[in-house]
Write a protein that binds this ligand. Structure first.
Ligand SMILES: Cc1cc2nc3c(=O)[nH]c(=O)nc-3n(C[C@H](O)[C@H](O)[C@H](O)COP(=O)(O)O)c2cc1C
Length: 340
């Protein structure tokens, strides 16, 4: 199903963050089994990779993943425009520009968080992307980099970039230090500044602003939405404990029926896994994203152990999933129902 702009805005009330090596298509398919509503982001794909790389491998996705957004990395307007056209042809519901990722590789190509210093170039990039296709273009950014003063530069960044018609932003509520901190440290060390992001919503009420960074549960997400923010994006917590974040999201964040608990999601994954195995894929490519499904429950360690020890072995199949479920004391034949 193709989503309209207002439906995507609504879906972004709760989104799962773009995460390299993590939010691949198998991960997104799993997350979609838990929440029918949340907006899912791809890993970042650089514009040159989208143009010259193995497109089906980088951009292919299952229709069940909708609503799904493609995140692009780059700083060349013409390349980003071309990559946007390609992404739109693949059927993505949104195309997002990465202005937040601080890794060295990304810096060397002059894109990601370093672009916080060049709002006029970001505006040029998103203007070219908007001209290239009708799909909605959005931006994910930080509150600043290095010695920038976020109070000063963040409003100017939003003003400059929104002037070309981008109205939806996700703000990772901490700075990135481009030198001296690893990408991992850059997600932990610079302090979070939620009040600044909330202030941006008050200053720019016409913009759709989602907040990101350090949100670990739905109580926190609800509290931030109650502050007037339009959306909450969750990264690591959604990956490590998808059952806790996503299974209740449809009900609590979207006020809708639906969503599945972790056991029902495992059952829903079976046909998908079978198809993947039949096409010659490894079980591990899918189950590596399922390790956190039962986090905190009795038997969760056994579930993780059985899957992480066995799933990469050639020939591993659904019987391993059954053995892992048995660690949770689950009668494999027990019926499971969708929630809601
Ligand atoms: C493994 C990993 C990979 C990431 N890759 C990307 C990426 O490709 N693009 C991006 O904008 N942010 C990336 N991020 C940052 C997340 O999108 C998010 O902004 C950050 O983790 C803070 O949110 P959280 O505290 O909810 O995890 C990555 C984070 C992690 C943990």
């Amino acid at each position: 199903m193709k989503y309209k702009k207002q439906d995507i805005s609504r879906a972004s009330r709760l989104s799962v963050a773009p995460m390299m090596d993590w939010t691949d298509r198998h991960c997104r398919y799993l997350h979609r089994q838990l929440s029918g509503r949340a907006l899912l982001y791809t890993e970042m794909v650089t514009a040159p990779a989208a143009i010259h790389g193995d497109r089906d491998r980088l951009l292919g996705f299952d229709p069940a993943e909708h609503p799904v957004a493609l995140q692009l990395g780059g700083s060349d307007p013409a390349e980003l425009a071309q990559a946007t056209r390609i992404g739109a042809e693949y059927g993505y519901d949104e195309i997002n520009l990465n202005v937040g990722c601080p890794s060295d590789r990304v810096q060397s190509g002059c894109f990601g968080a370093v672009l916080m210093e060049r709002p006029a170039l970001v505006a040029e990039c998103v203007a070219a992307m908007r001209d290239a296709a009708t799909v909605e273009i959005t931006v994910k950014c930080r509150i600043g980099v290095d010695d920038q003063d976020p109070q000063d530069i963040l409003p100017r960044f939003l003003e400059t970039v929104s002037a070309v018609g981008v109205t939806r932003f996700t703000i990772h509520a901490r700075k990135a230090w481009l030198k001296g901190l690893s990408p991992k440290e850059n997600r932990e060390v610079p302090p979070l500044d939620y009040p600044l992001v909330i202030a941006m919503k008050r200053a720019f009420p016409h913009l759709h602003l989602s907040i990101n960074g350090g949100i670990t549960n739905l109580d926190q997400a609800e509290a931030l939405l109650a502050e007037g923010l339009d959306g909450v994006m969750i990264g690591r917590a959604a990956y490590h404990d998808p059952g806790a974040i996503l299974a209740d999201a449809d009900r609590r964040i979207f006020g809708a029926e639906g969503g599945r608990d972790a056991f029902a999601a495992v059952e829903a994954m079976r046909p998908y896994i079978e198809t993947h195995l039949a096409a010659g894929g490894r079980l591990h490519s899918i189950t590596r994203h399922m390790l956190g499904l039962f986090a905190g429950r009795p038997g969760a360690r056994g579930w993780r152990r059985v899957l992480s020890e066995g799933a990469h072995r050639p020939g591993a199949g659904l019987e391993l999933l059954d053995r892992a479920l048995a660690e949770l004391g689950r009668d494999v034949a027990a019926p499971v129902r969708a929630q809601g």
